[in-house]
Design a protein around this ligand. Structure first.
Ligand SMILES: [Mn+2]
Length: 319
């Protein structure tokens, strides 16, 4: 990408950076931020790492992730900022003041190109894939096992383990390159997928036990719901529900899977996943959310029944 050279200049000319992820940052976002932090450190640069929500436990093994600060507001003091996977500045969920030059590093098709440097590639499986290509081009000697593990975490989690429609030849090429650079893929998979709290696994059991499947027009939607009360009953928080959205789609006969998670009293985060027949980001966008064609989300106000009706009505409006 020709914008990569602008990012390289941006990194070289500045000394202190603010790296910021999107709200409810996922493995892709967190892994890529970790990789950038390691490379910046090796270049002798300073940085702060900010997110709006606590990092899910499975990513805490990545370098610098324990140093992520959870913030509602932040004064950037005119330092340069890199926003990861934020289609708009607001998407970071942190109220930012006095941003310096901004880099927008994303792979979502609904990105609004709001920054001074926009590096947006909707063809990429993940920002981890984009980050790997960037480092491979400009800082190949700085990619060690820690960087490779962080980028591989990003790619592996955002592609469902190389399973989704976003995977391309590039995705496998960068994975292969990361192996050359010392990737410990077993460590990554054990940490990310093999380290679940038992409370989380029991919550997952309850969630799966209560999945339902309904027909909307000509397609089947499978969904699961967790309320704040459910989380409390299982001694869990929203941090324990990462990837829960992928299970309903995995059901035979389901075209779309939906996970409804109550994130605040009377507000549900709605995560939509499609097997490929139904496009879901249009519906999410009409409910003030967004995302990819086959993986999108939004937050909707109401009790569960109201939220479900709103979503169903949006699907009915689709041609
Ligand atoms: Mn991503």
């Amino acid at each position: 990408m020709k914008e990569f050279i602008k990012l390289k200049d941006f990194i070289e000319k500045n000394g202190e950076f603010v790296l910021i992820g999107h709200k409810n940052a996922d493995g892709d976002c967190i892994g890529t931020m970790s990789a950038f932090a390691i490379v910046l450190e090796k270049l002798g640069k300073g940085f702060e790492l900010l997110v709006a929500d606590p990092v899910p436990y499975g990513y805490l093994f990545l370098k610098h992730v324990k140093d992520f600060k959870v913030k509602e507001k932040h004064n950037c003091k005119n330092k340069p900022v890199i926003l990861f996977e934020c289609g708009t500045v607001e998407r970071c969920g942190i109220e930012l003041e006095n941003c310096g030059e901004i880099v927008n590093f994303d792979h979502h098709p609904d990105n609004t190109f709001y920054a001074d440097i926009n590096i947006v590639n909707p063809e990429a499986s993940s920002v981890g894939e984009m980050g790997t290509l960037f480092f491979k081009e400009f800082f190949p000697d700085l990619i060690n096992t820690d960087v490779a593990n962080a980028l591989y975490t990003a790619i592996h989690t955002d592609t469902g383990g190389f399973a989704y429609s976003n995977v391309s030849k590039n995705t496998f090429d960068v994975a292969s390159f990361l192996i050359e650079k010392g990737l410990d893929n077993q460590l990554v998979c054990n940490e990310v997928y093999g380290n679940n709290r038992i409370e989380k696994t029991k919550l997952l059991g309850y969630y799966l036990q209560n999945l339902k499947i309904v027909k909307i027009k000509d397609f089947n939607l499978c969904y699961g719901v967790l309320t704040l009360k459910d989380l409390e009953n299982f001694n869990c928080t929203s941090r324990d529900t990462e990837n829960f959205a992928n299970y309903p789609r995995g059901i035979k006969g389901a075209d779309v899977g939906v996970f409804f998670l109550e994130v605040e009293k009377g507000f549900f985060k709605v995560s939509l996943r499609s097997k490929g027949k139904i496009i879901v980001n249009k519906v999410a966008a009409r409910l003030s959310g967004g995302g990819h064609k086959f993986a999108a989300g939004c937050t909707v106000k109401g009790n569960f029944e109201e939220v479900f009706e709103k979503l169903k009505n949006e699907f009915l409006k689709d041609e």
